[in-house]
Every structure is written in C-alpha cells, then in structure tokens.
Design a protein around this ligand. Structure first.
Ligand code: AMP
Ligand code: MG
Length: 327
C-alpha cells in the first residue's frame, strides 16, 4: 500500500509517501516547507495558510519525485484534519480532496496528535508505551486503553512548546525558539526560583511564563536554564506519577520538544527508577511532518474504507481522546 500524507496544521506544509508491507512502513519521501514569521513574532494563521497554499504544488511534486511514484500509483491519500489552525488545516484538506476527487483515490482525515504517536511507535519499535506528547499544540501524557488514547495529565493553559516559543519571542528570537533556548540553557547552571505549578496530574505554565520574563534582566542564560529546569521538572513529576499509576514498562516522548536533550535526560532518569524502557522519537521526525499523517492513514486503511468527499472536514479542536482507534 502506498499512501500520500499531507500535514498543514500550523507552521509546516509537508507531503510524505510511505509504503506499507504487512506491519512495516518504509518512508519513501518526506518533504517540508516551514513558515517562518519575522523575528519576535508568532504564527499569523492567514500568513501561514498563504505560505502553505503557495508552496503546496512544489512540495507535492518534490515528494512524488523523491519517492519515485506517480499520483496514479498511490492507493490512498490522508491529511491532518485537526487539531490545528483553521486556515492552515483547510489548505491540506483542499489538496487531499482535490487529488481524491480527480484521481478517484480513497481519502482519510487523520488526527494530528495520533500522527505524532503512531509514527513515534513505528520508528522506535515501542509497542504499548506511556506517551508524552510535547509540541507547539500539545502537552499531554497518554496511554492506550479500550480503543482510545486516554489522557493521564495535560496542560491547563499554554503548551510546553508555546511556553518556550513565547519566551524566545519576548527575547527577540526567531520562531521556533526551542533550540535557541536549549543552547542558552546549556551554558548556565545558575538556578533562579520560578513558579512550579502541578495540579493533580496537570501542569500550568502561564505563571512560569510571566515570572521568566521578569528574571530576564538577570541574564538570558540564567533565565533559559531556570525556565527549562522548572518546566521539565513539572513534566517529569506528572510523568512519574502516570508511570506508577499505569505500570507501563515502555515510555515514549514525541512532538517537537522531544528534540530537547535536557528533557530526555530528566525523563530517562525517571524511567530508570521505574525499570521502564525509554524511547524518544528521532529528531528528524519529532516535529510536524507528512510521514505522521501518512502512517496513521495506512493503519486506518487496514480496518476502514476512505471517507466520503463531503465528509472531508477540518476540526480545529479535535481532541485525540475522542478518537476511536479502529486498528
Ligand atoms: P511541533 O508542533 O511538533 O512541530 O513542535 C514544535 C515545537 O517544538 C516548537 O515549540 C519548538 O520551539 C519546539 N522545539 C523544537 N526543537 C526544540 C528543542 N531542541 N528544545 C525545545 N523545544 C524544541
Ligand atoms: Mg505537532
């Protein structure tokens, strides 16, 4: 089975082709174009969607060329139907719908968060992990039970990716700011106390965001170090409680923030204490990409037929815990 996956939930427009043989998937191509707002500014949904519309033909043709397949070779097309920014989501949906209707290919709307998790599992070999999804759009701890991914903790306000990006933008960096913050943090070991807010097994980052801005005059490296140590320890506490509660013997980190080495170090030490195998999504596939969407489409196609064209909607606030998993 050959599937073209289209991702366009936020900053990235990406097309990927995966070939599935039995239970195995092989990524034949994964092409991305990322919308970069001016330094100090965040994603403007209209500008990002214009970026996606302008780049979609080139990304699609590069993707097919790299995979060495023609559109008529494809067995199906899947697109990220949500959650995400409405104007951006609609570009991916329009491209998928157009290909499906013109070439008569089955089309599958896919949940973006599920894409992060399933591709992470496929690439690492994790079978039944507790999952930490940390990205621009999500901060969630999840485990699979009774046909659904259940949430064992999440953010009550902004996500971990938003926290890092908003602090970075405040300092005047270009988005996405996570790598720059990681680099500055690695140059300090001077911890300034910051608000640590874990409620039940949920986290809240808005107070940490305000307080970090206030300590910036003490030095950017100190501020970044203190921010990372506080936010990552909060996440670590929630993960450790979820691990104890669920008794899972595998743990997987996915999403763009999974690229952060300090976060992995903290989580790895927790896993060691719990005799739990630690997996992290490969850096290249941690952030948003078409492969995530292509792979979920292929998994669903083993149990479901494609969606009728008139039902190829986008859903900006489509929560992963509302999705019934058919495979
Ligand atoms: P995604 O939405 O999954 O594409 O993830 C994007 C988020 O990952 C953005 O908020 C980035 O700032 C963040 N990110 C990327 N690389 C790193 C890193 N090395 N450390 C922390 N955050 C990162
Ligand atoms: Mg994402």
């Amino acid at each position: 089975m050959l599937c073209l996956g289209i991702e366009s939930t936020a900053h990235t427009f990406s097309c990927a082709v995966i070939e599935k043989k039995g239970k195995n998937g092989k990524i034949l191509s994964d092409i991305r174009k990322i919308y970069r707002p001016p330094e100090g500014e965040g994603i403007h949904p209209r500008e990002a969607s214009r970026h996606h519309a302008e780049n979609s033909p080139q990304v699609l043709s590069d993707c097919l060329e790299k995979a060495d397949v023609k559109i008529t070779d494809l067995d199906m097309v899947s697109y990220a139907a949500g959650p995400g920014l409405g104007p951006c989501l609609r570009i991916g949906a329009v491209v998928a719908r157009s290909l499906a209707s013109y070439y008569g290919i089955p089309v599958y709307p896919v949940n973006h968060a599920l894409g992060h998790i399933e591709l992470g599992k496929m690439l690492t070999g994790a079978k039944d992990p507790l999952v930490l999804l940390v990205s621009g759009g999500h901060t969630m701890i999840l485990a699979f039970l009774g046909k659904k991914w259940r949430v064992f903790g999440e953010t009550l306000d902004i996500t971990l990716g938003q926290l890092l990006d908003q602090i970075g933008r405040h300092a005047g960096f270009a988005s996405p700011c996570g790598p720059k913050i990681e680099e500055l943090a690695s140059k300090s070991s001077n911890y300034e106390p910051l608000p640590y807010v874990v409620k039940g097994n949920d986290v809240s980052f808005s107070g940490l965001f305000s307080a970090t801005k206030q300590i910036m005059p003490k030095g950017l490296e100190t501020a970044c170090f203190s921010l990372q140590e506080t936010a990552f320890s909060m996440i670590g506490e929630a993960v450790e409680r979820a691990l104890s509660f669920t008794g899972k013997k595998e743990f997987l980190v996915v999403g763009g923030v999974a690229a952060n080495k300090r976060l992995s170090e903290i989580l790895q030490s927790i896993c060691k204490r719990h005799n739990c195998k630690f997996f992290v999504s490969p850096k290249e596939y941690a952030g948003d990409c078409g492969s995530q969407i292509s792979w979920v489409g292929l998994l669903e196609s083993s149990k479901k037929t494609g969606t009728k064209l008139e039902n190829t909607f986008v859903r900006q606030s489509w929560r992963i815990d509302s999705v019934e998993i058919p495979y």
